[in-house]
Design a protein. Sequence first.
Length: 215
Amino acid sequence: MFDLIVFDLDGTLIDSRRDLADAANALLESCGGGPLSEEHIGRMVGDGAATLVARVFEASGLERPAGALERFLAFYDQRLLNHTRPYPGMTEVLDLLGLRATLAVLTNKPLASTRRILEGLGLARHFEEPAVLGGDGPFPRKPDPAGLRHLSARANVPVESTLLVGDSLIDWRTARAAATPVCLARYGFGYVGFPRHELGPADRLIDAPAELLAL
């Protein structure tokens, strides 16, 4: 049914919540603040590193110092693969989906970190290099639809035959803006707090990666 499947990264392909939380807490602690819970920080992920940094300082009641983003990225760079893993069954699902469709990644995470994670977890082989777009590339970050539309055009696939798989409201809004179908991963940490009343009858939901095969 779908000729192109575009994946979000954090909370969809990979469970990176602990490493993101550890990096954010290391930053807060370096500024004299106390740690936030992993769950709390997980709910802040999705709009890119700069927004995550702003949110953790706001939640901590601390003034954000100059250079906070760069310091966070340095802390996170040291922790990219400490605990981050593909969700259970994801590697096998990508093996099978790759036989049926073109696969791509669209994330608001910086591209260099994205590539290191995909390589480190053995997932890079599923995605051609130009089919991986990060939040610091030539296109605006999600929910702007430009990156998703570009991936569809690159694969010569119409938007109605493209499926965006994500876990957050940001992903849902991206698909809506691009007029592509969407599948939301309820197992992802970005799905917490998703406004269920916004879901439409055509929106797909999965509770495990293997359920993608039925689509």
